[in-house]
Design a protein around this ligand. Structure first.
Ligand code: FES
Length: 143
């Protein structure tokens, strides 16, 4: 790391080389049931963590209607968790994911940053699907 944050940007943490958390943090296996979709506000989010610090893997799921979108809880700007409050990941309009640290905003559907200090950077997806009303980890993490 070490990008210049004075102008609100950090070139050192944006781009395809970005990887979340500890390299030893293991994501949940495909097929892991995270929760029921109905357990997440619509629209809203919920955080999940697996493993123990310092190798904890933290992720969140955003619900939008019947859809669910999963991401690693690690902002590509300065690698901070996105939320300061439990399960609070959306901006006031509840149409974008917002990082609480410096205000970056990301599209819910693909995690692309469209406003704030790291435009063009993306959240790292944790593929999920809705199956019989449950939010389930899908294959493809890191692909
Ligand atoms: S850590 Fe700076 S916007 Fe997320």
């Amino acid at each position: 790391m070490g990008g210049d944050l004075r102008d609100g940007r950090s070139d050192a943490v944006v781009g395809p080389a970005y990887r979340p958390l500890s390299p030893d943090a293991a994501p949940p296996a495909p097929g892991t049931v995270l929760c029921q979709l109905a357990d997440i506000a619509d629209p809203g989010g919920r955080e999940f963590s697996f493993g123990r610090p310092p190798h904890e893997f933290t992720m969140f799921v955003i619900r939008r209607g019947s859809q669910a979108f999963g991401y690693v809880n690690d902002c590509p700007h300065a690698r901070s968790p996105l939320n300061w409050l439990p399960d609070k990941f959306l901006d006031p309009s509840r149409t974008l994911i917002q990082c609480a640290t410096h205000g970056a905003r990301f599209r819910i559907e693909d995690g692309l940053c469209i406003a704030g200090p790291c435009p063009g950077a993306s959240l790292l997806a944790v593929p999920v699907r809705v199956e019989g009303g449950a939010v389930v980890v899908a294959p493809g993490y890191g692909a």
